[in-house]
Design a protein around this ligand. Structure first.
Ligand code: ADP
Length: 260
């Protein structure tokens, strides 16, 4: 039957995907717990329940993400870079350059023509350019992070942030609100600041072929649009499945490939 699973425990969310012959049977996303053991078990249980399967019926599991070494079930450990690359290729076969923007880091990845990793650069030293930046800014602004994207659509005069530092930008949001700037204009400015940070990483790896975003921040279309402006080229939208699942999808596919 060749049913496999990928489990990706990141800093903010845990994801599980169950696949059969290159097709998604079930998936789940939850907030990460302090202990990756619990998050991985819970998210796998949810996906298995949706697929009406038990863990013993899986023929292979790949574990990825920062919590990959602490999952309470057997499975090969593979880095999230490799898994995101594989997942992105499945989500968008033409992709050559991708940016995975997760909760606490951001990785620009270049793929070879066979889909394997050519090279990558990571920003994991600074909150700006990560999902955490958007989460913190949205909170100060009083908007759910899921609604930040629509600020960009409604903004008439997006603000410009003087600093990309997450700490300074928080103070900027409060100052801008006090000066009477609208929430949409500030929200759009936040998306633009995020895109500017990410564009630096992408430009330093070099743009090549089709470009896409994976990770939870791919769901913020305001960032995606601002990134197109920054890069001066199109950023392809992922429509085949939730881009936040890219790492777990790649992990499940790699488990399937091992069976062959
Ligand atoms: P990690 O794998 O590092 O735990 P994710 O790839 O799950 O992180 O990304 C988490 C980030 O995705 C959050 O910080 C948040 O900014 C963003 N995010 C998640 N869901 C949405 C959504 N529906 N709309 C906009 N942004 C989202």
């Amino acid at each position: 039957m060749s049913i496999t699973a990928g489990c990706d425990v990141g800093s903010l969310t845990a994801k599980a995907v169950i696949m059969e012959k290159g097709r998604i049977l079930a998936s789940a996303v939850i907030r990460s717990r302090a202990r990756p053991e619990e998050a991985s078990r819970e998210v796998m249980d949810l996906a298995l329940k949706e697929a009406a399967l038990s863990i013993n019926e899986l023929e292979g599991i790949t574990r990825t993400g920062y919590g990959r070494g602490r999952m309470p079930f057997e499975g090969k450990e593979i880095s999230e870079i490799t898994c995101h690359g594989r997942g992105a290729r499945w989500l968008l076969p033409s992709v050559k350059t991708l940016i995975d923007i997760g909760g606490q880091d951001c990785k620009a990845i270049k793929l070879k023509s066979d889909g394997s990793i050519d090279r990558f650069i990571t920003n994991d030293k600074c909150a700006s350019g990560t999902g955490r930046f958007l989460d913190v800014m949205a909170k100060v602004l009083g908007v759910p992070v899921e609604d930040l994207a629509t600020c960009s659509e409604r903004a008439d005069h997006p603000v410009t942030f003087s600093s990309s530092c997450a700490v300074w930008a928080q103070a900027d949001v409060i100052r801008l609100l006090n000066e009477g700037h609208g929430v949409d204009d500030i929200g759009a400015g936040i998306n633009n600041a995020m895109a500017a940070r990410v564009a630096v990483l992408l430009n330093s790896i070099g743009l090549d072929g089709d470009i896409c975003i994976t990770g939870g921040v791919a769901k913020n279309l305001g960032v995606a649009k601002a990134l197109e402006t920054q890069l001066g080229c199109r950023v392809k939208k992922i429509r085949k499945a939730d881009p936040q699942l890219a790492g777990a999808i790649g992990a499940a596919l790699l488990a399937e490939e091992r069976l062959k």
